[in-house]
Every structure is written in structure tokens, then in C-alpha cells.
Design a binder for this molecule. Structure first.
Ligand code: FAD
Ligand code: NAI
Length: 476
């Protein structure tokens, strides 16, 4: 007889594995289907995030930043080093070790919480009072039953038509996290989050990087003032070559690497020759082969599963979470949806506050924000006050030799409630947490301005930005 569960989760990325653990914590019998295999052919949990996304990219960002610090930033401290070298193999092995540790950690968590891991491809087979899911490992197929299904199948790199990704010379995120040598000339198509993060890694390790971006504006997703500052720091100070407003015509493998023909913003025809190319032009949802058509699960025109604000899909007792549904493609957004859905299935009142999901881009300096940008508030006709404070006036930032950037707070003109916080600077990824807490608690800029912040600390910049909303910054 087929195994039967209260909940079957399809996909064990951050959305699915967290949903599984929360469901099991709540006493629901839970299984999670996952088909991911490591390059060695072993099944692994953790999805894109742990295997080829957040975790390995941050490991390489840290290693490459350390190298850059030794080469360029330690001089100001009076520290010089000669003959500084790095060993790429060790760097990549360290990254792989971290990934292995994290993914096997989830296997341990599944054991601890009694989540059954079903290894293989999960497919919705039929519905009714219980859902039937087929799990196939390529050799045999078994059928399991579930009262509730959570689809958490995630996303994959979007392909450009006619651009043959082989993950050796022309790479998406998977290949770009595992180059076996530092390319002398590296091309990147797409100046989005992956292009900037992975472009930074290889630039720091010695590549001459050229980024080709279709849009005429840089980093349109961020607050304009942050995007302007980032443009200045990345292009002027760090030598990242970014060309905006391009239109890619043809990409082909050449004798030495890759040849990219494109039109510049002025429509002039150009050719870029590089040794390797990263294609990072967004991601598409994984719904192929899911069996959506077998059960009548509704997808939108782009292949995302249609859900309501509580991640309920178009069918009873069927939910979808993470990258496979609308909203930002961020690990923590998927995790929070996983908790929400598990709690709803258990009869609780789970919810996600989509207005307080932080974004972080792990460049140096880091970029982080939560809430509305200034351009969004203007477009919505919301009256607001802005307060901005630079890291250059902060003693800790100077002591750390990290004076670049600023924090900006946007608050409602009438109520003073914080509507958005935007940071570019060292440790912005950590500093933004205070802003997220403030927004979750409906704080005003006055609230932040009156909270005691440790001195000297980078967090004082947050307080000064809050004071600046009311034109009463104390140190600048
Ligand atoms: P995924 O992580 O994609 O997991 C889905 C899982 O489902 C996969 O393991 C897949 O094998 C499995 N699956 C799919 N279909 C089936 C099926 N039919 N049967 C069985 N299993 C199936 N986000 C951040 O918040 N911070 C970051 O720093 C960050 N860095 C990133 C860096 C890179 C290079 C990339 C590519 C992404 C990054 N992201 C980051 C985005 C983040 O990885 C995703 O938002 C997150 O992984 C989405 O989680 P998910 O669980 O929805 O999907
Ligand atoms: P992205 O959406 O961030 O950026 C893609 C860029 O490619 C855009 O600027 C777009 O205008 C450009 N583009 C699209 N088509 C193009 C074309 N034909 N020619 C030139 N440029 C083109 O997508 P990216 O970088 O692939 O990352 C995918 C997602 O993964 C991110 O949106 C984010 O959700 C997630 N991610 C999150 C990270 C983080 O939280 N730190 C890190 C990396 C990825």
C-alpha cells in the first residue's frame, strides 16, 4: 500500500525544507520529495540556495574580498604584504565544504524532526480526497498519498535564445561558481544581483570584467540614490566595466572563448571577446514535469503557480511557495512562506508581511533595503520625509577604513511611520535587520532616533539617519 502523509512537500530548497520542518514540528506526518544530485551523483537537500546560490556565492565573495583587502585596503592601516597569492582550488574546496556541511545539516534536521526524505522527481499524478504524487528516481517509480501538498520546486536560470550555456565557457550561476581558473577576460550578460555579485568575485581575483545590461538605468530595483552611489563605487573606484542599454545580437563560441555581438545604447554594432561568459538574466520557475496539467493546477503566463496572499493554489489543500510563485526570488521570502503554509495547514494563522522583506546585494560595499524606494513613493503620490547620513562621519566606519556609503530613511510625512530604509555600506546586510524590526513593529523615525545605539558602532548611522528625517542629526 502507498505511504500516506498529512503533508508532502515537493522540493527541498529553503522554502520546502523549512515548510517540512515546521509541518513536522506541528505534529503533521511529513515527507519531502527532492531530486537534486551533487556533481558526484549523490542526492542532496537545500536546493538552489545551498548548492549553487546563496551559500556558495557568499563563501566566494568572502574569500575574494579578503584577497582584495590584503592587496588594497590594508595599506591604509600600515600593513603591507608582499608576494600575496591565492590558491583557487583551496578557495573552491572551502566553498564546497561549506555547502556539504549545510546540506548534510538539513538531512540531520529532517531526521531529528522525523521528516521522510523521498529521493527523486516528484510529479502530481491525481487528486480527489487525497493527492497522489509519483516519485521517480529514474529506475523505479513509487506513489505516495498526501492530504496536503506544498509545491516548492524553485527556479532555474533563464536562458537567452541562441546562447548555448555549457557551464564551462558560457555559464549560468552553476558554472560561474566553479571556474577552474580565473578567466583573464570575463563577460557578464545582465547587471542584476548575480551579475554584480559573481562579477565582483572574479574581478577581485583578477579578471577584467565587462558587464552588458539591457536596461538604460543601473540597478532599477534599488532606490535611485543607492544605485547612483553603487554605480560610482563599482565603476569609478573598482574598475567594473558596465555598459547599459545594450541589445545582444549573437553569442558564439570562438577559438579563444566567446564572441558577443551586440548593439550599444547608440545602436552602434560592437563585439566583445572574452574567455568566459556568465549569463545572469533572471530566473524562471520550475514547473515543467510537475504534472500540473494532470490535476488542473493553474500556472500564469510565465509558468509561476498562481497563489493567493496565503500561498493557496487554485486547488483545495494545495499550496505553493518560494521562487515558484510571485514575489521576490529570495531564500528568506520562501522560508517565511514555508512557515506560514505549514501553520495554516495545522489550523493556525500563519502570515507573511510582504512589505517588510529585506533585500541584500553582497557586493562591497553591501547594498541592503527594506520597504519602499523614494521613486516608488513619488509614483504612488505618498508624502514623505527623507533623512540620510553618511558612514564617512562615523568613527567606527573610519576605524574599519570603510567610510563609503550612507543610510537613508523614508518616513511618512504625516505619521512619521517608516516606509523604507536604504543602505549602501559595509555591513549593510546586518544593519538592515534593525530597520526590518522597526518596520514590523510599525515604528516611526522618531522611535529609532530615541533608541540608544552603542558607540562607536556602524549602527549609529541608522540612528543619525532617523534623526536626519527631522533635520536634527547630531554628528553631521
Ligand atoms: P530552490 O532553492 O530552487 O529549491 C527548489 C528545489 O526543488 C530544488 O532542490 C529542486 O531540485 C527541487 N525540485 C524541483 N522540481 C522538483 C520535482 N518535480 N521533484 C522533486 N524536486 C524538485 N537569495 C537570498 O535570499 N540571498 C542570497 O544571497 C541569494 N543568493 C543567490 C545567489 C545565486 C547565485 C542564486 C542563483 C540565487 C540566490 N538567491 C539568494 C536566491 C535563492 O537561491 C532562491 O530565492 C531560493 O533558493 C528559492 O528557494 P526555493 O526553495 O523556492 O527554491
Ligand atoms: P536579476 O533579475 O537580478 O537581473 C537580471 C538582469 O539582467 C536585469 O538587470 C535585466 O535587465 C538584465 N537582462 C535581462 N535580459 C537581458 C538581456 N537580454 N541582455 C542584457 N541584460 C539583460 O537576475 P539575476 O541576477 O539572474 O538573479 C536572479 C535572482 O536571484 C535575483 O533577482 C534574486 O531574486 C536572486 N538572487 C538574490 C541574491 C541576493 O539576495 N543577494 C543574489 C543572487 C541572486
Amino acid at each position: 500500500m502507498a505511504q500516506s502523509f498529512d503533508v508532502v512537500v515537493i522540493g527541498a530548497g529553503p522554502a520546502g525544507y523549512i515548510a517540512s520542518i515546521r509541518a513536522a514540528q506541528l505534529g503533521l506526518s511529513t515527507a519531502c520529495v527532492e531530486k537534486w544530485k551533487t556533481p558526484k551523483g549523490e542526492y542532496a537537500l537545500g536546493g538552489t540556495c545551498l548548492n549553487v546560490g546563496c551559500i556558495p556565492s557568499k563563501a566566494l565573495l568572502e574569500s575574494s574580498e579578503n584577497y582584495e583587502r590584503v592587496l588594497h585596503r590594508f595599506k591604509a592601516h600600515g600593513i603591507s604584504a608582499s608576494g600575496v597569492k591565492f590558491d583557487l582550488k583551496t578557495m573552491l574546496e572551502r566553498k564546497d565544504r561549506i555547502v556539504g556541511r549545510m546540506t548534510s545539516g538539513i538531512a540531520g534536521l529532517f531526521k531529528k524532526n522525523k521528516v521522510t526524505w523521498l529521493q527523486g522527481h516528484g510529479k502530481l499524478a491525481s487528486g480527489g480526497t487525497t493527492w497522489k504524487i509519483e516519485v521517480s528516481d529514474g529506475k523505479k517509480t513509487e506513489s505516495v498519498e498526501a492530504k496536503n501538498v506544498i509545491v516548492a520546486t524553485g527556479s532555474k536560470a533563464r536562458q537567452l535564445p541562441g546562447v548555448p550555456v555549457d557551464n564551462k565557457v558560457i555559464c549560468d550561476n552553476e558554472g560561474a561558481l566553479a571556474f577552474d581558473s580565473v578567466p583573464e577576460r570575463l563577460g557578464v550578460i545582465g547587471a542584476g544581483v548575480i551579475g554584480l555579485e559573481l562579477g565582483s568575485v572574479w574581478r577581485r581575483l583578477g579578471s577584467k570584467v565587462k558587464v552588458l545590461e539591457a536596461l538604460p538605468a543601473f540597478l532599477g530595483i534599488a532606490d535611485e540614490s543607492v544605485a547612483q552611489e553603487a554605480w560610482k563605487l563599482f565603476t569609478r573606484d573598482q574598475g567594473l566595466d558596465i555598459e547599459l542599454g545594450v541589445s545582444i545580437a549573437e553569442v558564439k563560441l570562438s577559438k579563444k572563448g566567446v564572441s558577443i555581438q551586440y548593439a550599444g545604447a547608440d545602436e552602434s554594432s560592437k563585439t566583445l571577446e572574452v574567455d568566459r561568459l556568465i549569463v545572469s538574466v533572471g530566473r524562471t520557475p520550475n514547473t515543467e514535469g510537475l504534472g500540473a496539467e494532470n490535476v488542473g493546477l493553474k500556472l500564469d503566463a510565465k509558468g509561476f503557480i498562481e497563489v493567493d496572499k496565503n500561498c493557496r493554489a487554485s486547488l483545495p489543500r494545495m499550496y505553493a511557495i518560494g521562487d515558484v510563485v510571485r514575489g521576490p526570488m529570495l531564500a528568506h521570502k520562501g522560508e517565511d512562506e514555508g512557515v506560514m503554509v505549514a501553520e495554516i495547514i495545522a489550523g493556525q494563522h500563519g502570515h507573511v508581511n510582504y512589505d517588510a522583506i529585506p533585500w541584500v546585494i553582497y557586493t562591497a560595499p553591501e547594498i541592503a533595503w527594506v520597504g519602499k524606494t523614494e521613486q516608488q513613493l513619488k509614483a504612488e503620490g505618498v508624502a514623505y520625509r527623507a533623512g540620510r547620513f553618511p558612514f564617512a562621519y562615523n568613527g567606527r566606519a573610519l576605524g574599519r577604513e570603510e567610510p563609503e556609503g550612507f543610510i537613508k530613511i523614508l518616513a511618512d510625512a504625516a505619521s512619521d511611520r517608516i516606509l523604507g530604509v536604504h543602505a549602501i555600506g559595509s555591513l549593510a546586510s546586518e544593519l538592515i535587520a534593525e530597520a526590518v524590526v522597526a518596520m514590523e513593529f510599525g515604528a516611526s523615525s522618531e522611535d529609532l532616533a530615541r533608541i540608544c545605539h552603542a558607540h562607536p558602532s556602524m549602527s549609529e548611522v541608522m540612528r543619525e539617519a532617523a534623526l536626519a528625517v527631522d533635520r536634527r542629526a547630531l554628528n553631521g
